[in-house]
Ligand binder design. Structure first.
Ligand SMILES: [Zn+2]
Length: 93
């Protein structure tokens, strides 16, 4: 493995474990946003380093948050979407 794509993302550590998070609910958008890409997609564990326990939790939370429209399902960059949610804004480049 000459070109290891993992290196780009630095050391793998679970943010949630570091923050000693026991539970991630769909309203915990401050926590969820660490696992969302700028397009509101769920970041895979291999990129974020989130442990399995917390990844499962955050995936459920994100799906739930989508159902209740706290976060959008898909963001098309060519479409202007009103962002109902200020917390996630800093993720936008
Ligand atoms: Zn963890």
């Amino acid at each position: 493995m000459a070109a290891d794509p993992k290196k780009k993302y630095g050391k793998k550590r679970c943010k949630y474990c570091e923050m000693k998070v026991d539970y991630i609910g769909y309203k915990d958008l401050d926590l969820i946003k660490y696992s969302l890409s700028e397009r509101y997609k769920i970041m895979p564990r291999r990129l974020t380093g989130t442990c399995k326990k917390h990844q499962d939790m955050v995936q459920k939370a994100i799906k739930r948050a989508r159902q209740v429209a706290l976060i959008p399902y898909v963001v098309d960059r060519h479409r202007v979407v009103e962002n109902p949610f200020d917390v996630i804004k800093p993720l936008k480049g």
